[in-house]
Structures are given as structure tokens and as C-alpha cells.
Design a protein around this ligand. Structure first.
Ligand SMILES: [Zn+2]
Length: 558
């Protein structure tokens, strides 16, 4: 064909296009008239998203409205559409009916009144459990003690887990059932706190099992029902995917599978970390449990699947368990401790790596981080595996440069909690020396060094927007800024809280960004936080949540 003929044909083609505007194709849902943060690698912001058959069909400009139409047109009205949040490290509880949520208690009196109310509901002698107290949030300037609980619940054993699950508070009835008193020797791991007179205060650090093993088992139906309810609640926070950071092998096969098959409530997608229950001196028992489990990382489907192996390498600052190189600021003799000897952890890890498990190990202190990275490095040198995506859960005290270089080289990632800087400010000020305090829960430095990261909440507090706020401001509750070099911009923060977790779970090919072909797991935020001052982030609400193209949460009109 000559050049002239080809030009003539092109003209004819163009004329035809103008003459017959194609009828728009029908899809299921179209979002328009706002900002769409895609969370793709180049952080693109678009205007229109078309959803069909549970997936994203097209993303682009207002021009898409000429190509597509839908029965459900959602006007963003200047708001922000993002991929659903992926909370890469959380703990979804399942609790008996006699469970009290004390996470909102701002004083010991409030805590007492919540427990007191429950004594009116349960029989005398029945256990009352609860979660979420923290002396940091309470105005009394001290931890609650057993006497506080005895005053309102003299006839019921009570055990309230502290926020973060590294400590708990028992009343006298619970201590009595557990056989604990002032003469009980301190446990090998953890601590029974004592008052000035040497009496038990009721606070137990890193050893809740001493009390909890005396509780009668809760009927499984009650637990499954509550797990489903608590999972469903995540949707109101904009969380469409999550990783539950520790579950026993049997818990996965019974509770989690049952929650996903039996409930009629909409649920987020879950990846469940399996904790084989490593006990000091007995790595073989943990390995046996893993072998009996029979599944490894990746088993399951896009609603519920097996995640990484979970091992606690150290504890946390809330229970003086975080294992650090420097002594705690609060106590020159305190360095925290390993939760199990590295040699035992290594026996389980080496075998699990060979079985195909991904690692997601709890490491808060720099000493725990460094020993864990060295161990993973040894295993990877011996048994290289492409794309293993092994990672550390928590990264509170920044380790040495050399350790971070090893992480970057080996591809060892981090499930980081930026919200810790905000909400646990008091704890870090108490225990960390200046440099470690400034760089607590670092984000900027590890990213600059090429370490992969995902954001998560560890449920303290649970909403992802608190983490986003802290990641961009590096502010504590008091308003003070810590290590501004460790911040990231709002787009990066959103990508780490969406794509980050999807990547960590080998799901970045199906979710985590707003791109054609991805699952339509989406969230509408009440404000375009790409543009507003960071202070507005804490006021921002989740207006709408979709999982697989279905609306699963809609905020009631105010
Ligand atoms: Zn955790």
C-alpha cells in the first residue's frame, strides 16, 4: 500500500469513528468525580474507576464515562478512593460472651465500672475476661491492680489482658484459682509484679498462661460467632485484608475455617500466621505440630489462607520483654530477653524453611532483630529460595547498619507499625535512650536502604488512619515529633498500608492496587487526605468499603 493510500484510509477510519459513537458498555459500578489513589508503583492519581464482576475493569480519566455505564454510579464528590487497607499484622480476637472490652477506659474508675457491669450479667464464680487496658491511656498515673478489680468483682475471677497482649491483670479470685501468691517463685519467662510490701499486684508480664490455663474452655460456637463478628467489624475501619499474627494450627482448621464457612456476615480476606508453640528446649514438639498441620504458607484461597510461620523471638516493652543491646532507660539492669533460645528457634526455622514456610517472626528489640536476621541469613545461605518474602513482625529499635544491609541483600522484609510511634510514645520515652527513641519504629531509613515493608496496626489502636497519620508526621500522642527522617509522604504511607500487605502475602498480583484485573477491594475516605493538612487524617472517616465489588460497609449518614 502506498503512503498516500494509507493516509486516505486513516481519514476514512477517523470519519467512521466520529459518525458512530459506540454505545457505552455496561459494567457493575462506576466511581467518579473524586480522586483515585491507585497505589501503583508510580503512585498515580486518577479520576474514574469501573468495576465489573468483582474486579477492576478500567481506571482512568472522566473520558471513561463515555465508554462505560453502570446501574450503580458512585459520586465521590471530591473524596478519595483507595485500595482497601491491608493490615499486615493484627490480632482478631474471639471471646466468650463474658468478655469485656476495656480498651476505651480512660481511668481505673471506668475500668472498674465496665467490669462491675459484667458481674451483673454472669453467674457468681464465672470467669470474666477482657482486653485493652493500658495505664498510658488512663489518667491515674499508675497501673490498675487486683484490689481495684476485687472492689467491683469480689465473687468472679477476672483476668484482663493489657493492650498489646504482653501483660495482664488478675483479681484476687483469679490468682487464688491459679495458685499464685506472694510466695510463688518468679516464672522462667515473665514476671509476677509485686508491690512495695512484696504482695502480688495482680499484673503479670509475659506469662498470662499462668492464669489463663485455669479458665474453663469457652464453647467453640461462642468463639466462632465472636471471631466472625470481630472480623466483620474490620470492614468499618476500611480493612479489606488482614494478617492475623498468631494462631495455633488447630485454631486455623477449626475456628478460622468455621468462621469463613458458617457466618452470613461479610468478612475481609484473611491470611493467618501459624504459631507452632515453640517451648524452650523442645523445638521437636513445635516441628511435630507443624508436620501434623500438613499445610504450608499459601494453602487456602483468596478469602482465607495460611500465612507465614510465627515465632516470638522476644517480647515487648509493655511487658519488659523487648530484647535490646542497650539497657532500658528505666532500668540499667534490664535488657529484656529472648522468648526462646535462638538455637531452638533455628531448629524449627531451618526445617520450616525446607518445608516451604515463609517466616514472619516477632522481633521488637535490636538484639532480637540482629540475631533473627543473622539466623535467617544462615538458613538462606544454606538453602537459597527465590522470592521467599521472609519478614520481621515489628522493628521497634533500629538495628545496626550491617543488619539492615543483610536484610536488603537477602530480601528480608518488615511488617511495621507506624502507629506505635504515636500511641506507645509514653512507653518508648520510658524505656528508650535518645537515639533509639528518635528512630523508634523506623520507616524512612529501612526503605532508603532497599528493605521492603508493609504497614499494620497490631491493633494498638486498630484504625489504619492512625498509622498513616503517624507515618507522615512521626508525632507522638503529646504532639512531639520523633526522628522526622523516618517519615514517608502520604502516598507512600497509603501504598505501604495497601499494596505492602498484599506483597507480603504473595497477593500483589491480585490485590493491593487499583489497576485493571485486580480484585475490587476498595475504600472511600471522607476526605482527600492527599491534599489536606496531616492533622485532618485523624478526623478522616471510612465512608464506604467494598470487598470483591460488593458494598460491605457504608457509614450511616450523620
Ligand atoms: Zn502482634
Amino acid at each position: 500500500m502506498s503512503a498516500t493510500n494509507r493516509t486516505a484510509l486513516l481519514w476514512v477510519g477517523a470519519a467512521l469513528l466520529v459518525a458512530c459513537q459506540p454505545t457505552p458498555k455496561e459494567a457493575d459500578i462506576i466511581f467518579s468525580n473524586g480522586a483515585v489513589y491507585t497505589a501503583n508503583a508510580t503512585h498515580d492519581v486518577r479520576e474514574v474507576v469501573v468495576i465489573d464482576d468483582g474486579k477492576i475493569l478500567a481506571v482512568g480519566s472522566a473520558d471513561l464515562l463515555k465508554t462505560y455505564t453502570a446501574p450503580k454510579m458512585i459520586d465521590l464528590n471530591g473524596r478519595l478512593l483507595i485500595p482497601g487497607f491491608n493490615d499486615a499484622h493484627t490480632h482478631i480476637m474471639s471471646s466468650p460472651r463474658s468478655f469485656v472490652d476495656v480498651s476505651g477506659a480512660k481511668s481505673i474508675a471506668e475500668l472498674q465500672s465496665l467490669v462491675g457491669e459484667m458481674t451483673k450479667v454472669v453467674e457468681p464464680g464465672a470467669w470474666i475476661t477482657g482486653y485493652g487496658w493500658s495505664e498510658v491511656k488512663m489518667s491515674d498515673g499508675r497501673k490498675p491492680n487486683r484490689q481495684d478489680l476485687d472492689a467491683v468483682a469480689p465473687d468472679n475471677p477476672v483476668f484482663l489482658t493489657r493492650e498489646g497482649s504482653h501483660a495482664g491483670l488478675a483479681n484476687s479470685a483469679a490468682l487464688k484459682i491459679a495458685g499464685l501468691d506472694a510466695k510463688t517463685p518468679q516464672p522462667e519467662v515473665g514476671e509476677l509484679e509485686k508491690d512495695a510490701k512484696g504482695d502480688l499486684t495482680g499484673v503479670i508480664n509475659e506469662a498470662a498462661g499462668l492464669v489463663m490455663r485455669h479458665m474453663p474452655p469457652t464453647p467453640p460456637d461462642e468463639l466462632v460467632e465472636s471471631l466472625a463478628r470481630n472480623l466483620n467489624h474490620q470492614l468499618s475501619l476500611g480493612i479489606t485484608s488482614l494478617t492475623n499474627a498468631t494462631t495455633g494450627p488447630e485454631g486455623y482448621k477449626t475456628m478460622w475455617r468455621r468462621a469463613y464457612t458458617e457466618t452470613s456476615l461479610p468478612l475481609p480476606r484473611s491470611t493467618v500466621q501459624i504459631n507452632p508453640g515453640l517451648r524452650t528446649g523442645d523445638p521437636q514438639a513445635a516441628l511435630k505440630r507443624l508436620e501434623e498441620f500438613g499445610l504450608v504458607t499459601g494453602a487456602g484461597d483468596d478469602r482465607l489462607k495460611v500465612g507465614p510461620l510465627k515465632i516470638f523471638v522476644d517480647g515487648a516493652f509493655s511487658g519488659v520483654g523487648a530484647y535490646t543491646k542497650q539497657p532500658y532507660r528505666s532500668d540499667p539492669k534490664q535488657f529484656g530477653a529472648l522468648a526462646a533460645p535462638i538455637a531452638d528457634i533455628e531448629v524449627v526455622s531451618r526445617a520450616a524453611h525446607a518445608m516451604g514456610w515463609q517466616f514472619g517472626f516477632h522481633t521488637i528489640g535490636d538484639a532480637a532483630i540482629e540475631q533473627t536476621v543473622d539466623m535467617m541469613d544462615r538458613i538462606l545461605a544454606e538453602m537459597p529460595r527465590a522470592d521467599h518474602r521472609h519478614y520481621l513482625n515489628h522493628f521497634t529499635v533500629m538495628p545496626s547498619q550491617a543488619t539492615m544491609e543483610t536484610m536488603a541483600r537477602d530480601g528480608i522484609a518488615i511488617a511495621q507499625q507506624p502507629n506505635f510511634t504515636y500511641i506507645l510514645e509514653g512507653l518508648f520515652r520510658t524505656h528508650l535512650w535518645d537515639e533509639a527513641l528518635q528512630s523508634n519504629n523506623p520507616v524512612g531509613t529501612p526503605l532508603k536502604m532497599g528493605i521492603k515493608m508493609a504497614f499494620s496496626s497490631d491493633i494498638i489502636p486498630i484504625g489504619p488512619l492512625v498509622g498513616i497519620y503517624a507515618a507522615v508526621t512521626r508525632k507522638g500522642l503529646s504532639g512531639e515529633t520523633y526522628g522526622p527522617d523516618e517519615c514517608v509522604d502520604i502516598k507512600e504511607a497509603l501504598r505501604l498500608y495497601t499494596h505492602g500487605g498484599a506483597w507480603l502475602n504473595f497477593d500483589d498480583d491480585i490485590k493491593g492496587t487499583i489497576e485493571p484485573g485486580k480484585l475490587a477491594d476498595l475504600v472511600v475516605l471522607s476526605e482527600n487526605i492527599l491534599e489536606t493538612p496531616p492533622e485532618r487524617i485523624l478526623e478522616t472517616q471510612v465512608d464506604l468499603t467494598l470487598v470483591g465489588g460488593e458494598v460491605v460497609f457504608e457509614r450511616a449518614a450523620q
